[in-house]
Ligand binder design. Structure first.
Ligand code: SAM
Ligand code: SF4
Length: 347
């Protein structure tokens, strides 16, 4: 069997292209299922059953998948989780990714609790962008939504803010805030969050609440659409629509007049960015997941542990790309969810 896994028989480089012609150039790696928070929309309060140590891919296994994916055209990699900074020796993976030929753009998504102390690691390996998830500006409400409780919430909130400030002070690191909107919880903070972009050079992105993972009940009465968010943002003044850049993904971008930062809305549910979706995901336990909202996954852990060659691994990646659905359905009521909890998949 040919071992040159990234060249097809005609000699052309093989690429991760799905049946609809979309090039999958963006790989999201969930490096752990562990988390130090219990966000209500992501995990049940008791947490989800932890994967046993040997069920989670090793950092070397993750790096091997990433290497093949980069050979097949991936140019952007995001580390996520669970909480990625809970993964011991994360630097081993970052080093491997940083050393790849055709080095991809490296990004990370974190809840921010452990970010400040890990900034040197991100700097060392040239991580370009950090997305920090923060759903409320109210320290006590932070305790409620994250499961820390009203007493410990303010301390956690303070750590996240310190991390945001430290990240903003880091030269060359782009900072984005991810805000999941929930009716009756934080919709009254949309304008306050948006105002942050006026004085701080960060992107505040509002994300529609999604039905992801069967482990967390989805309460559709809490859904707030991106259009409602835009309406509230417009109350602050004229919004300049910013052109989308390659790699922006599904966010629609805006800027308030004279603002240092920008705003974004991610309408994962109400409108379809599926046509432009370029993502492939690898879950903490080693499943390739071609669509966040469709129940399709390919277990590649057995391949990795069964002595599969690079060629076979590439074939598995190409198979996953070939099964990417065109879209995730037209209405909320039709959405399926992947069996894998969000905390193993990484959003
Ligand atoms: N623990 C890290 C964090 O919170 O940033 C990384 C993993 S978390 C699963 C990745 C992203 O998924 C976070 O921004 C989180 O807000 C988002 N997320 C989790 N559950 C969601 C849901 N039901 N709807 C929309 N976004 C969700
Ligand atoms: Fe919250 Fe992220 Fe942990 Fe989920 S994985 S509970 S979103 S911090």
């Amino acid at each position: 069997m040919a071992e040159n896994s990234h060249i097809d028989p005609s000699g052309a480089p093989r690429q991760l292209i799905d049946p609809f012609g979309r090039h999958l150039t963006y790989l999201r790696l969930s490096v752990t299922d562990r988390c130090n928070l219990r966000c209500a929309y992501c995990m049940p309060q008791g947490g989800v059953k932890k994967l046993a140590h040997d069920q989670v891919l090793t950092l070397e296994e993750i790096a091997r998948v990433a290497r093949q994916a980069v050979r097949l055209g991936v140019n952007k990699i995001r580390l996520t989780g669970g909480e990625p900074f809970l993964r011991r020796d994360l630097g081993v993976l970052l080093l491997a990714l940083d050393s790849l030929r055709n080095r991809p753009d490296l990004r990370i998504t974190t809840n921010g609790i452990l970010l400040e102390e890990n900034l040197p690691l991100l700097k060392r390996y040239g991580v370009s962008t950090v997305n920090i998830s923060l759903d409320t500006l109210d320290p006590e409400a932070f305790g409620v939504i994250t499961g820390l409780g009203r007493e410990k919430g303010p301390e956690g909130h303070k750590k996240v803010w310190q991390s945001i400030e430290a990240a903003l002070a880091e030269q060359g690191l782009d900072v984005k805030l991810n805000v999941v909107l929930l009716a009756g919880f934080n919709e009254d903070q949309i304008e306050d969050f948006a105002r942050l972009s006026q004085n701080l050079p960060l992107a505040v992105r509002f994300i529609e609440y999604m039905p992801v993972g069967r482990h967390t009940a989805y309460d559709s009465s809490r859904f707030i659409s991106a259009d409602e968010v835009l309406e509230k943002m417009r109350r602050l003044g004229p919004l300049e629509a910013l052109p989308s850049r390659p790699g922006d993904g599904p966010a629609r971008r805006f800027r308030l007049a004279g603002a240092k930062g920008e705003l974004g809305v991610i309408s994962a549910v109400s409108s379809h960015f599926c046509a432009a979706c370029n993502r492939l995901r690898l879950s903490a336990e080693g499943c390739l997941v071609p669509c966040l909202l469709a129940d399709i996954q390919f277990d590649i852990k057995n391949l990795l542990r069964g002595g599969a060659s690079d060629y076979e691994l590439s074939e598995a990646l190409l198979d996953a790309a070939a099964c990417k659905p065109m879209n995730h359905g037209q209405a909320l009521s039709h959405l399926q969810t992947v069996g894998c909890p969000m905390s193993r998949l990484g959003g």
